[in-house]
Ligand binder design. Structure first.
Ligand code: 4AD
Ligand code: MG
Length: 425
């Protein structure tokens, strides 16, 4: 039977079962009588030890080569692993030219170095772990939303009409929440960000939820905090080894920082309070904090520190800063909308959301002021025919991975990062 490395390592019966395992050679060690290989196929962090007698030609078996090994799974005499594969037949599937191969045997390459080789870096422990966690986190997020997972946002039509890459699925989700009450979507979104920052991509994945009959930001924030904590707990229990590798080698101290985030209730401050806090510390900033001006990354990071490195919701932003669809708080001279951002350690903004303006006349005026009335008649219709209070949010999936793993650069948590002037591979 063909087994993945993961299944081989977890095999219960080791009484001589004949199996076939395929993968890439991670190490070769030849002693007088025996030859040890470690092979990895990406199914787990741990590699499978293959033991062969010295009749196999070890020169052929180089680091990086792909192989197929047939043999017997046996209990390993060593304490380092439970099982090993006693090779009867080793077949080289593809050679690897060690001199030209950018990954060097037994070396721990820095993430910046690996970034030059998006087509090969996934064969390392570091990217292997990060991308396995990425996959598990996707599943965790889907399972968090499962009761409401019936709907997928329709694709853009691109036959004979100009098509656009979407920056957000929100407005389509609002259509769906107007029929199915609670909906979510999880897919690629696109922004022509002209930014070399460590937290912006031109293509990133966003988790978006939209919930009908929600009347307060409190209710929305509960779902956001629940999503973050539940998905993270699931990832921690399903990817223990991979998370450990990240927390040990890539971001030391991150384990404690994450535990701190998980065990505390997230905090809530208003935008106005945030600006007051920032003003008292304005000597720390390049950009002067001021009411009515957007928060900069440096401001967001300061606020999180100020809050003891606990994620903090900032709510009720100036109406003038926010898009037409956010609900008017009707609160006098300092006019705000029911918007919410979640700021987290290491990253800053992780979620953005709001209550939506569900009142026809309010929305009509906001659209008119933005010159969008004509294009958004369908959106206004949702307020004419059985409108309900509702709200939703979006979470940047790569920023989420950065936040839980402590990865400094967003380009290291997505298989193929596309960013300013770099959308080649
Ligand atoms: O705050 P944003 O722009 O919110 C929206 O698009 C809403 N329509 C979502 C909604 O309410 N349904 O984006 C949401 C999140 C941000 O908080 C951030 O985490 C992430 O998406 N994000 C990016 N991540 C990586 N690269 C970029 N260029 C990003 N832009 C936003
Ligand atoms: Mg935002």
């Amino acid at each position: 039977a063909r087994l993945s490395v993961r299944d081989a390592l977890g095999a219960r019966s080791t009484n001589g079962e004949r199996v076939k395992v395929q993968g890439w050679i991670r190490s070769v060690r030849s002693q007088k009588e025996v030859l040890f290989l470690h092979i990895n196929d990406g199914s787990s962090l741990e590699s499978l030890q293959v033991v062969a007698d010295s009749s196999f030609d070890s020169r052929e078996l180089a680091f990086g080569s792909s192989v197929e090994v047939q043999g017997q799974l046996v209990k390993s005499p060593s304490k380092k692993q439970n099982v090993e594969l006693k090779a009867e037949k080793i077949e080289i599937v593809g050679n690897c030219d060690a001199k030209a191969f950018p990954l060097k045997y037994k070396e721990r390459h820095p993430l910046e170095y690996l970034r030059q080789y998006p087509h090969l870096r996934c064969r390392t422990n570091a990217l292997g772990s990060i991308l396995r966690i990425r996959s598990e986190a996707t599943a965790a997020i889907h399972s968090f939303f499962k009761p409401s997972s019936k709907i997928k946002v329709p694709e853009e039509n691109f036959f004979n009409v100009p098509a656009f890459l979407t920056v957000s699925g929100q407005l389509h989700l609002e259509v769906m929440s107007g029929a199915f009450t609670q909906v979510f979507t999880f897919g690629p979104t696109f922004r022509a960000e002209n930014s070399q920052s460590r937290r912006h991509l031109a293509e990133f994945y966003m988790v978006e939820a939209e919930i009908s009959f929600v009347e307060s930001l409190q209710d929305l924030m509960q779902v956001m905090e629940g999503l973050f904590k539940t998905a993270t707990m699931m990832v921690l229990s399903n990817c223990t080894e991979d998370v450990e590798l990240c927390h040990k080698f890539i971001a030391p101290g991150q384990k404690d920082r994450l535990e701190h985030m998980l065990k505390n209730n997230f905090l809530i401050i208003s935008y106005t309070e945030a600006v007051e806090i920032l003003k008292k510390a304005s000597q720390n900033f390049t950009f002067t904090p001021e009411w009515g001006v957007d928060l900069h990354t440096e401001h967001e990071k300061y606020l999180v520190k100020h809050c003891g490195n606990i994620p903090v919701f900032v709510i009720n932003y100036p109406l003038a800063l926010k898009p037409f669809y956010m609900r008017d708080n009707e609160d006098g001279p300092q006019h705000t909308v029911a918007a919410v951002d979640l700021l987290v350690p290491g990253v800053g903004e992780l979620f953005g959301g709001s209550l939506r303006e569900e009142r026809y006349h309010f929305l009509e005026q906001r659209l008119a002021r933005s010159g969008l009335t004509e294009a958004y008649q369908w959106y206004l219709d949702l307020r004419r025919f059985g409108s309900v209070p509702h709200g939703g949010f979006g979470m940047g999936f790569e920023r989420y991975l950065q936040c839980i793993l402590g990865i400094d650069n967003i380009k290291d948590v997505i298989p193929f990062p596309r960013f300013t002037h770099s959308c080649v591979l």
